[in-house]
Design a protein around this ligand. Structure first.
Ligand code: NAD
Length: 344
């Protein structure tokens, strides 16, 4: 039986979620709140008006965690810390803004030090499949990536290297200073309350939005980045937060990076077909071959997580997309009607 926060914490222990105004941080706060935890502190540098979720009873602090003093304040009294804060986005963002991605190293560097000094018991770090050696991802028919494929290192420039070095920080804080750390390598997370517009959105949200926009404008075509043959796997947000909880509280996974992703591999063209199907529309596809498209193929090898937790993300892409498409359509219509962000 896997242990979770409910087995390891008292309901009034303080849980800190860095990046709690973002997509996954917000979903994690909602998840812990639903489990009955009463002291959840979310910290994010975005103004509160831009946070994706506001959850009753959750403490919300707007602060820049790349500054040491803010990390020290944030960690006060915390029993567990979850670091979901990073300057990140889809391929359009991480290929263009490598310096911003690299600078996220400051967040983890200060936060983990502050956490350890504050006596935090468990520290979770959100790593990424972008740590994997890019030489192994040149073919759309990839073999799935297993944890050992991160070394010898040839990570995604900028974003991937920052993640790899931050993973190492976690490993060493356990080895040298005894704090329990947990490291999950997320593979493309999507779902309601995710970024769906503005340049940081990832493929599932971007395609849902483009189909919705085309329908709304009675357009008959859609722009696709690359030739559409690049492959990926996509994990639904509910699987992600459940996985974070189990990984963080598994004593066999202390300071051990593990894949947290779906192993349902699809091409971007298949993703478009799902979205068209959900939107009951067929669109002509215009391939933008010079757009950012990332590696040719990437999938999660779930052997290790299956063996360790007897569990792996299980929501099918079709089912998760249906919920995501419906949510984005609501947001789109609300924006069109001049309403603010719809928060339910
Ligand atoms: P997100 O952009 O929605 O959330 C990240 C949050 O961090 C944002 O709200 C941002 O304002 C905040 N932030 C950035 N810099 C900060 C700072 N200096 N101080 C305080 N807050 C700061 O992204 P997300 O999808 O929720 O991702 C969460 C974590 O998971 C990140 O570490 C990301 O790299 C990792 N990850 C996400 C995916 C994915 O598919 N979403 C895949 C792999 C890894």
């Amino acid at each position: 039986m896997n242990k979770t926060a409910v087995d390891c914490l008292k309901k009034d222990d303080l849980i800190l979620i860095a990046g709690g105004g973002g997509f996954i941080g917000g979903a994690l706060a909602a998840y812990f709140s639903d489990q009955g935890f009463t002291r959840i502190r979310c910290v994010d540098k975005k103004p509160l008006s831009q946070w994706y979720q506001h959850i009753d009873g959750v403490e919300e602090i707007c602060a820049d965690l790349s500054e040491e003093a803010n990390c020290i304040d944030a960690c006060k009294d915390a029993r567990e810390v979850y670091n979901l804060a990073a300057d990140m986005g889809g391929m359009g963002f991480i290929e263009r803004f490598r310096i911003e991605c690299l600078r996220s190293i400051l967040i983890n560097t200060h936060l983990i030090e502050a956490a350890q000094k504050a006596g935090v018991e468990r520290y979770f770090y959100s790593s990424s499949a972008c740590v994997y050696n890019t030489d192994l991802q040149k073919d759309p028919k990839v073999r799935a990536l297993k944890e050992s494929d991160a070394y010898p290192a040839m990570a995604e420039r900028g974003y991937g290297w920052e993640k790899l070095v931050s993973e190492m920080f976690c490993e060493e804080y356990t080895a040298e200073r005894g704090m329990k750390t947990a490291i999950a390598r997320f593979h493309n997370v999507y779902g309601p309350w995710g970024t769906w517009d503005g340049g940081r959105e990832k493929a599932p949200a971007a395609i849902c939005r483009k189909v919705i926009e085309a329908k709304d404008a009675s357009k008959h075509d859609i722009e696709i980045w690359g030739d559409g043959e690049q492959t990926r796997s996509f994990m639904y947000i509910d699987d992600c937060v459940q996985g974070i909880d189990m990984i963080t509280h598994c004593d066999d996974l202390v300071a051990t990076a593990i894949n947290l992703g779906s192993d349902e591999l699809v091409s971007i063209n298949q993703l478009v077909s799902y979205c068209e199907d959900i939107g009951s529309v067929t669109l002509e596809r215009n391939y933008k071959l010079d757009a950012p498209k990332g590696v040719a193929g990437r999938n999660s090898d779930n052997t290790f997580i299956q063996k360790t937790l007897d569990w792996a993300p299980g929501t099918s892409l079709r089912a998760g997309l249906e919920l995501t498409y419906a949510w984005i359509e609501t947001q789109f219509n609300a924006r069109k009607a001049g309403e603010d962000f719809v928060n339910d």
